[in-house]
Design a protein around this ligand. Structure first.
Ligand code: SS9
Ligand code: ZN
Length: 342
């Protein structure tokens, strides 16, 4: 399978994230994508190529243009204030406050974000745009008839919504790819999110639509980030009612629990009549992931890959999370080999 990789991902290289009350080096670091690339190359998964450049049109088909403009310009506005360190927001709306867009840099960082774990730095926009292009290039190959493609996106995307960032995500690569497939020949698209965390951004973007089904297996929001979305009773709204399936699992879930959720996901996807599948592939469900609490093993990723391949649909795999630096590569390779039936 073709692999799309953007060398400019290294430009997203924040100095700090706020985690557990401390400013620490970000776990979402350049080494992640480089170790996946190395493992994918060593395993001979397929030809590796750089993304084509797409304009902003496919991005603003799922994101607010003013938000995209904010992302593209915020670093310059931040440094104009004499600040040379990572841009982070400091406060958010509380209950009863109003969502009116402030004028200032700090106000807008707050307005367009939902956490302080997602630093913006000098190269963030270039890396983020390149990550979206990585997704679009993979989507284009699938739209042109490829059985599958792997977009090695970094930074990840599934926490980014129409007009906010957070959870290390800025543009929603899976949503952008899913919309591209919709616009290029596929009537019904499913986005299957197997990252440890709920794909809140993807859910929100497609929540009122019946042409893109969102299915997510993730840690129960009562126990885990993003905490305020991702419950089982969120099934969609309006036309989208019935086209959103959340399968939250308690901390400690291993293959015996996880595989049952996967069966439910596959059944829903078949029932929907999906014509293409976008996989938000996070390997932070791994037993040794430093920020997560599921118990999947490397061989389990091969089983997930094989299960998704058995849906027998054009499949676009997009990299999301996974933070155990010494294991991300082999877990992704296990998934891809499982998918390819190797
Ligand atoms: C863990 C802090 C979580 C956000 C995690 C985002 C994962 C994206 N204690 N910070 S896949
Ligand atoms: Zn995650």
């Amino acid at each position: 399978m073709d692999v799309i990789y953007n060398p400019d991902h290294v430009l997203q290289n924040g100095k700090v994230e706020l985690i557990n009350g401390k400013l620490e080096p970000p776990v979402e670091c350049p080494q992640r994508a480089d170790s996946v690339l190395e493992a994918v190359r060593n395993a001979g998964i397929g030809q590796v190529s750089e993304p084509e450049k797409f304009g902003l049109d496919p991005i603003v088909s799922v994101h607010d243009p003013d938000y995209v403009d904010f992302l593209a310009t915020i670093w310059d506005r931040w440094t104009e204030k004499g600040r040379s360190w990572d841009a982070l927001p400091l406060n958010w709306v509380g209950r009863g406050m109003r969502h009116i867009k402030p004028e200032t840099v700090d106000g807008q960082l707050s307005y367009y974000s939902f956490d302080a774990g997602t630093p913006i730095t000098a190269g963030t926009w270039k890396a983020v745009k390149g990550s979206a292009d990585t997704a679009l290039t993979g989507a284009k190959r699938v739209a042109n008839g490829a059985r599958s493609a792997f977009s090695l996106c970094r930074p990840p995307g599934h926490h980014a919504s129409r007009d906010y960032y957070g959870g290390y995500c800025f543009l929603n690569n899976a949503a952008i790819a899913g919309q591209y497939l919709r616009d290029n020949g596929f009537g019904r698209v499913v986005i299957l999110d197997v990252d440890y965390h709920h794909g809140n951004g993807t859910q929100s973007i497609f929540y009122d639509r019946d042409d893109v089904l969102f299915v997510s297996i993730h840690a129960d929001p009562l126990q885990e980030f993003p905490f305020f979305i991702g419950h089982a009773d969120e099934t969609g709204e309006g036309k989208g009612k019935g086209y959103n399936l959340n399968l939250p699992l308690r901390r400690g879930a291993d293959w015996s629990v996880y595989s049952k959720a996967l069966e439910a996901a596959y059944a829903k996807i078949r029932d929907f009549g999906a014509e293409a599948v976008v996989v938000s592939l996070g390997v932070d469900t791994y037993e040794a992931d430093p920020i997560s609490h599921f118990k999947l093993k490397t061989d389990d990723y091969a089983r997930i890959g094989a299960g998704i391949a058995a849906l027998d649909l054009p499949t676009h795999i997009i990299m999301e999370g996974g933070y155990a630096l010494d294991a991300i590569g082999r877990n992704v390779v296990a998934f891809l080999n499982g998918f390819e039936g190797r």
